[in-house]
Design a protein around this ligand. Sequence first.
Ligand SMILES: Nc1nc2c(c(=O)[nH]1)N[C@H]1C(S)=C(S)[C@@H](COP(=O)(O)O)O[C@H]1N2
Ligand SMILES: [Mo]
Length: 318
Amino acid sequence: MPVYRPPSIRPSEITPEQVYLSRRQLLGGLAGIGLASAMPRASGQSMALVEPPLSFTRNARYSTPEKANSWSDITQYNNFYEFGTDKADPAQNAGDFRTRPWTVTVDGEAELRGQFDLDSFLKPHALEERIYRLRCVEAWSMVIPWVGIPLGEVLKRFKPTSRAKFVEFTTLLDPKQMPGQRYPVLDWPYAEGLRMDEAMHPLVILAVGLYGRVLPNQNGAPLRLVVPWKYGFKSIKSIVRIRFTEMQPKTSWQQSAPQEYGFFANVNPAVDHPRWSQKRERRIGQGSLWDRQPTLPFNGYADEVASLYRGLDLARWF
Ligand SMILES: Nc1nc2c(c(=O)[nH]1)N[C@H]1C(S)=C(S)[C@@H](COP(=O)(O)O)O[C@H]1N2
Ligand SMILES: [Mo]
């Protein structure tokens, strides 16, 4: 992946000292309640922690029994190039990112289109918790307890037409707030896409929270996609636009390196990345740097999704 190093800013520099201290005090005060062990002690936490916990039901059918990664693994080891390319950058640089008010635009091949305030966009849907594996194309993985809503139910509301063959997602473009966008690391804004049948699959969610709390900014607040059988880069963050299209949309990673990042991006241990093997992966937070576990086809979700790709040569359409 391209390398650039934005100036590194400590949280104490980007947050008024008073706010920074009161957040830390608040965190101290959380010790003793159920989630305390999973809650952050280090710097870089977001204001999400001062919002009330979300109410949701757990979806056991679509949750892995594996042990979830800690709050600090999930919120301090991130890919969010809009806030820098180092894993620690998003937690350091996204703290003041404004996620309200937030407008989601729905357009393209659908009977209903329009601009929606995030709260009205989400309102018809009940929140669910789903514990999913996330497999990054860089050969590491995590287990994350997301809170969100099934994407398919959202898309149906807008009555896609028969010409809608794909769905395109776009991240906010705002170089003032997103320092990484001041550098040509990717062709901003970040964009991703799914084929319509993939998008409608019940495993795909739009996440608004994790560990029962509002999403920290570095994890893609206020609204991000989660597609558990695909490499993490499909799971686009801070979405402002959802568009139904007839043609396959261009995705940022495909445009930057088409031979390395395909449109489908299905986790496939049999297809190596041109620069490294995909056979194994490192589970963040477990074992030593050298411990690797086998990568499962479709990231372990083959029973649910393999049928979507029947007849497709997955080595060619990677
Ligand atoms: N807008 C945007 N979305 C993004 C990215 C990004 O750089 N920008 N990185 C992707 C990659 S490569 C991964 S692995 C996941 C990481 O999600 P997490 O930081 O919440 O674990 O976000 C994905 N979504
Ligand atoms: Mo990734």
